[in-house]
Write a protein of this length. Structure first.
Lengths: 254, 305
């Protein structure tokens, strides 16, 4: 019955649209550009082709990675959410380096506040949670910076009111960074440092153009989201819960 | 009533009866007209399933299983059907994140797509990402202004194709958007972007004069129109001589019906685009006289609800 109605409508459509050929009833074509009267039965064959893929995604998306006793919210100058994601980026990046680039080690990780689209909910953390938090296909990038460029970048973050950082500590006074420290030591303009961040930031996103002055850059090819998933999955496997801290890594200096 | 009279005169009083009684197809076949139906999509962005029921917009609309049955239905009614896509097949739902375009291409193949062009998002997993999925596409990718010769895609993307339907030759070429600034350098590698208009002029002349195409179609991912000075489908339409139809994408423009633009030879070019997300199936019917001359055209963009 539905099939019949559909074909009848198409015929009707065709009948009217044929008239447009002769520029007579053209207006009727537009009128018939229906608020869809056409209702279609989905192709069973195509449905059948989609189903196994859909099942795989649904199973994966609803997989519980780990648990969190509290909801974590973002904010600045620091926040539990941005600290957690910067910390896990540093940790996971260094695991990756140990495996693939044993000669280097990340000193600092930075995850921009704007890249985390939702808070981390309380309770079950699922794969789909990570897709909601990080819908972008950003990849993790390593850049090697001279200390003076790193200071530029730190000042830029201070000007923005703070971001998600790990391995780094600084105060903000009048929109500028004071007493910046990496690994507990003052940042030395002549030393070099490795920074793990997203390709978005490394490519100059959010006004971080200074990062184009990197000495070396490694595009890991790892999606930030996949890195997050990997971290939370391991946490769950180890029976640990999500913990996040605010430790004054970025503070308002009076 | 003047219009009505013109209509009757043009159609011929004799065939009008047939038209009314048994529908247009029969009427035209009696008049020795050959009908060609062109169906098209653009920017469907991995929307394999209908939009979620709780989506803010277009809830429950679209979906490839519905698109498939719609195309199947039209094939039952029409002898000569061509199905095209104007790019950005990839990216937008977890289907892409998970399967990297495999299912999109497999389903398009099942639906009998005849060709597609390349959108910027089709390079989201790099040239290698597109290359890896080509084995799942039982249809060619047509692009005439990207030089892939120094890349992994060398020789795998064709600059044009001529389709034959009941003796009518349909020449198709493809145009892609400037990659620099839109796609990360890492993803497009040594692909060279060449001037779209220059290559449109070259391809349409070649298809018209060398290949004797009776209809010249451009699959474009340039975008419908821009406020700023940037080459668009409307520019290409106005600046070419032989292109009859531009099937566009990129700007996600929902056109109720194709735009008509007058080209350099004073002929009308149709420019169409059907939004994004696989919500609408574009449809344009051409009627050819027996000697193969293009006779007339009709169009309808069909919502997939």
């Amino acid at each position: 019955m539905r099939q019949f109605r559909f074909s009848y409508l198409l015929l009707l459509l065709l009948a009217f649209s044929s008239c447009t050929t002769y520029k007579v009833e053209k207006s009727q074509t537009a009128n018939i550009h229906l608020d869809s009267l056409v209702s279609i039965t989905p192709s069973q064959k195509v449905e059948g082709m989609i189903q196994p893929y859909r099942d795989k995604i649904n199973a994966d998306m609803t997989e519980v990675l780990c648990h969190s006793d509290v909801a974590l919210y973002g904010g600045h100058p620091e926040s539990p959410l941005t600290n957690l994601f910067a910390d896990l980026t540093l940790e996971e990046s260094n695991r990756f380096c140990a495996d693939k680039y044993p000669k280097i080690k990340m000193d600092v990780a930075m995850i921009n506040r704007g890249g985390l689209r939702t808070p981390l909910p309380k309770g079950e953390i699922k794969t789909v949670t990570m897709f909601e938090m990080m819908p972008f296909e950003n990849e993790v990038v390593f850049v090697k910076l001279k200390g003076d460029v790193m200071l530029d970048f730190i000042n830029h973050m201070a000007m923005r009111g703070g971001e998600g950082v790990s391995g780094l500590r600084f105060g903000i006074k009048d929109g500028k960074a004071i007493k910046p420290e990496i690994g507990g030591k003052p940042v030395d303009p002549d030393q070099t440092y490795w920074l793990a961040t997203s390709d978005y930031i490394a490519n100059g996103g959010d006004g971080s153009e200074t990062l184009s002055k990197s000495i070396e850059r490694i595009d890991t090819g790892i999606k930030a989201r996949d890195m997050f998933i990997q971290y939370f999955k391991r946490l769950g496997k180890e029976g640990k819960k999500v913990t996040a801290i605010t430790d004054g890594r970025i503070y308002d200096a009076k | 009533m003047q219009n009505r009279r013109t209509f009757i005169k043009n159609l011929g009083a004799g065939s009008l009866g047939v038209f009314v009684l048994s529908g247009p197809m029969q009427a035209f076949s009696k008049n020795d007209l050959i009908q060609l139906t062109i169906l098209h999509t653009n920017d469907f962005h991995s929307h394999i399933d209908p939009f979620p029921k709780d989506a803010a917009r277009n809830a429950g609309e679209g979906g490839m299983a519905k698109r498939a049955s719609m195309i199947e239905q039209i094939r039952k009614e029409q002898k000569n059907v061509l199905v095209f896509d104007a790019g950005d097949i990839f990216q937008g739902t977890p289907y892409f994140n998970y399967f990297k375009g495999e299912l999109e291409f497999k389903l398009m193949t099942e639906m009998g797509y005849d060709a597609a062009t390349i959108g910027n998002h089709d390079l989201d997993n790099g040239l290698e990402g597109l290359d890896a999925q080509l084995k799942n596409a039982g249809f060619p990718f047509i692009n005439s202004n990207y030089d892939f010769s120094e890349t992994i895609l060398a020789g795998k993307i064709i600059p044009y194709k001529v389709f034959k339907k009941q003796g009518i030759k349909i020449g198709v070429y493809g145009l892609g958007i400037e990659l620099n600034g839109l796609v990360s350098k890492q993803n497009y590698g040594k692909t060279k972007y060449l001037d779209p208009l220059e290559h449109a002029l070259k391809m349409e002349k070649f298809l018209k004069e060398e290949k004797k195409a009776e209809l010249v179609v451009c699959l474009s991912h340039l975008g419908y129109a821009y406020k700023e000075k940037k080459v668009s489908d409307l520019n290409i339409a106005a600046e070419t001589y032989h292109t009859d139809l531009i099937i566009g994408g990129h700007t996600h423009t929902f056109l109720k019906k194709p735009d008509s633009v007058t080209n350099k030879s004073g002929q009308t070019v149709l420019v169409n685009q059907v939004g994004f997300g696989g919500l609408i199936l574009g449809r344009i019917d051409y009627f050819f006289e027996k000697e193969g001359r293009k006779h007339s055209k009709t169009d309808d963009n069909i919502p997939i609800k």
